[in-house]
Every structure is written in structure tokens, then in C-alpha cells.
Design a protein around this ligand. Structure first.
Ligand SMILES: [Zn+2]
Length: 413
């Protein structure tokens, strides 16, 4: 196991050829076991990610993908991410059944053979290796064909060179062939919302938004409880893991085939529907509906999960989900189990006590307020209200804002 390889010393062009390597993996297992199997390797278009920040400095994510140069064992690229499979492992179904989810991973295409490693945190947040394989960029089995070419594409905002822009791909989902104009109008509306939302507004010059509008055989996503299985292009469905409002796609390949028609760092799926729902998984996807009264809130909230690994700050009275093990500091930047030695202490004014009582005089303060991460007790959040806390509030708290900005810099520098 080669976790301790040296940091990348050579430049991007020495190591990588400028295109994108997509590794389609099947993440499989049950509640107590998991592993990865290779499905397919693909060469896609120009690498849209940073050419400077190759080794991930953020330590965000439940999993990490790492590339080691095979000749020198140097760590040349890494990124954190989370998975839908990881959430599924906590369900009752995973106690009695094994399943597999297709999880593509995007990487800069290496010039020389590499070792690909996928690692995962345990309940105490220590990383362990789950998968390892060698990838030779000269392998003739690396596919180069573009599926779905001919799908309509619209550039909604162009910030130039993808290497120094945050490139957002919005995939329109559940738009029938006659709804192409609606897809474009909806895409423009959400692109404008993103560009106006703090702190993204301050980076608007470095933000590109491209829209992919495949024609769907049906309007809207699947609704299994209503017997709707419509084969929409990105495979989106309500009722993920039995939760009526949880709208995701288990078809990572379909989403990535569509998004891969444009250069992208962040994948959004815009679902043509009016029922409340959405989902966001860190460095995988954010999914939102187009026509709900809370659509602006869901859109940005889910992107908070998907883009910056933000935790939900909400809970309800009596809630005591075991999603975050007691006593283990979550890797998410906006919740903590330690309200005294606080990881966001630099943002707390000296007059604010820690932990902080939920009183009106601290309504706008950064502190440590008990309740968050689906628990009423034992987890603290940075502010009384935030986009990650309630669906009526229209700003991120300062801690979430700072976390988003640190990730924005990874893409725009
Ligand atoms: Zn927050």
C-alpha cells in the first residue's frame, strides 16, 4: 500500500496529457463489506480541473481517489468524494442484500502508467485502501467514442480556459423533445441564480455554465411509488432509499455520459418537475427540480453538499441519527463535536461564548450552537441559521461561506 508517496514535484504538463480519464467503477457490497470493480476506462475531452492544485489540500470527503506515478511512487493527484453507495450502506436493505452502483471517477489523463487507489474513511475517520489497480494510458482498451453526440448543448456563461474556471455542467432531465425551449429557459434561470448567490457572485468572472439538453421519452423523473418508470436520460428518481423527497440517480454512467459532452468540474442535474425534492453528494452530483416554490433554496443547498462537502446543519427535536459517530470529529467543515476547541474559532468574535446559547442576541453571530447533522444533542453548528439549516434563509453562514471559497480557489487558480 503506497499512501506515503512523495508530493507532486513535477508540473502538470510533465505528468498529464491534458485530456480527461474517466474510470467507471462498480462500487459493490452490503452493510458490512464493500469493494470496487473496474467496468470501463474512457478518454474524454480537455481536463477542466486545476493544473496547479493536483494533490487535494482540503481533506474533505468520505472517500479519496489517488494516482501514484508507477515508476517513482510519487502521489501525483488526489481528490475527496462521497458516494450514494455509502449512504445506501446505512439502509435496512443493505443488511440483507448486496448491490452495486456505477461510480465514474474523473482524473487528469496521465502520460505514464499509474496506480489508481480508492481509499475510504472508517467510523473513526481513518482512511483505508479499498481498491487498487494499474492504469496504462497506452492501453488500447481505453474507449474514445462519444456516446450521445448530437445532444443539444448551450453555453450559458463562458469564463474562458476551463483550467482556471469553475466549469458547471447542467444536465436537463425529463424534458421531452418538445420542451427544449423550456430546458433552455430553466437552465438560464438557474445559471443566473448561481451567479448571483453569495459567495459565487464574487467569482462570477471565473464561472462557466454549460447546459446539456437531451430529449427525454417522458416529462419528469421516475416516481416508483406511482408506478412511473420513464427511462429519463439521466436516470433520476424520487424515493431514493425509501425517502419520498430524496431525488437522485443511481445511474452514474448516464449522468456522466451527458455531462461529458462539455468540459466540467461540477455536475448538476436539473429535473423538469414541480414536486419538492433533490439530492447532493460531494464531488458527484447535485440534483434539483425546476418548478417548485423552494427550487431556488434546494438548488443552492444541494450544491453546498456537492461542491464543498457541507453537512446538513438541521435536526428536529428528539432526532438522534447515528450518521456521525459520537465523539468523532466530522470531516465536514460546518459541524463539530467539540464546541470549545472549535475548528472555526478564527471566525468567532471574542464576546461570543462557546458553546453559544441560541438566544436572540446571537442571532447573527458565528459561534457553536447545539443541534446539527441530524442530531439534537452532541453536534454543534456555526450559526443559528444558514442555507444548510433551514429552507427559508437565503444566505450561507460565514463558516459555510469560507468553506465554499476555499474550494472555489481550487478550481479558479
Ligand atoms: Zn452554514
Amino acid at each position: 500500500m503506497a499512501f506515503a508517496g512523495g508530493l507532486a514535484a513535477a508540473g502538470f504538463d510533465d505528468r498529464f496529457d491534458g485530456s480527461t480519464l474517466r474510470v467507471d467503477l462498480v462500487h459493490h457490497g452490503c452493510a458490512s463489506e464493500e469493494g470496487y470493480s473496474l467496468l470501463e476506462l474512457r478518454r474524454e475531452g480537455a481536463w477542466a480541473g486545476s493544473r496547479v492544485h493536483l494533490v487535494d489540500p482540503t481533506n474533505l470527503g468520505c472517500h479519496q481517489v489517488r494516482l501514484y506515478d508507477l515508476a517513482t511512487n510519487a502521489l501525483i493527484y488526489s481528490r475527496g468524494f462521497c458516494t450514494l453507495f455509502g449512504e445506501w450502506q446505512a439502509t435496512d436493505e443493505a443488511k440483507v442484500l448486496s448491490r452495486g452502483f456505477v461510480e465514474p471517477v474523473l482524473l487528469p489523463m496521465p502520460k505514464a502508467p499509474v496506480q489508481l487507489v480508492i481509499a475510504k474513511r472508517d467510523r473513526r475517520n481513518v482512511f483505508h485502501q479499498l481498491h487498487s489497480q494499474v492504469i496504462d494510458p497506452a492501453d488500447a482498451n481505453i474507449r474514445t467514442d462519444l456516446r450521445l453526440s448530437g445532444t443539444p448543448i448551450h453555453v450559458l456563461k463562458d469564463a474562458g480556459d476551463p483550467a482556471t474556471a469553475l466549469d458547471v455542467a447542467i444536465v436537463g432531465e425529463g424534458y421531452a423533445a418538445a420542451e427544449g425551449d423550456k430546458c433552455l429557459a430553466d437552465g438560464r434561470r438557474f445559471a443566473a441564480m448561481l451567479l448571483a448567490a453569495r459567495p459565487f457572485d464574487r467569482y462570477a468572472e471565473s464561472l462557466s455554465v454549460r447546459l446539456v439538453c437531451p430529449a427525454s421519452p417522458v416529462t419528469g423523473p421516475d416516481e416508483p411509488l406511482k408506478g412511473r418508470h420513464g427511462a429519463s436520460p439521466a436516470g433520476c428518481s424520487f424515493n431514493t432509499f425509501g425517502s419520498p423527497r430524496y431525488l437522485t440517480s443511481e445511474d452514474g454512467r448516464a449522468m456522466r455520459d451527458l455531462a461529458g459532452l462539455v468540459p466540467y468540474d461540477a455536475l448538476m442535474v436539473m429535473v423538469n418537475f414541480s414536486r419538492y425534492g433533490g439530492g447532493g453528494i460531494f464531488n458527484q452530483f447535485s440534483i434539483f427540480v425546476s418548478d417548485n416554490e423552494y427550487d431556488d433554496y434546494v438548488f443552492i443547498h444541494e450544491f453546498g453538499h456537492a461542491f464543498a462537502g457541507l453537512a446538513d446543519e438541521y435536526y428536529t427535536a428528539g432526532m438522534a441519527e447515528e450518521y456521525y459517530p459520537p465523539g468523532v470529529e466530522p470531516w465536514e467543515p460546518n459541524i463539530t463535536v467539540d464546541p470549545v476547541n472549535l475548528k472555526w474559532k478564527a471566525l468567532v468574535p471574542p464576546e461570543v461564548p462557546l458553546p453559544t446559547p441560541a438566544e436572540a442576541r446571537y442571532a447573527a453571530a458565528v459561534g457553536a450552537f447545539e443541534g446539527g447533522g441530524y442530531r439534537e444533542k452532541g453536534i454543534w453548528r456555526p450559526a443559528q441559521d444558514c442555507r444548510m439549516f433551514s429552507k427559508s434563509y437565503q444566505e450561507f453562514c460565514p463558516v459555510c461561506m469560507a468553506a465554499i471559497e476555499s474550494v472555489l480557489k481550487l478550481y479558479t487558480q
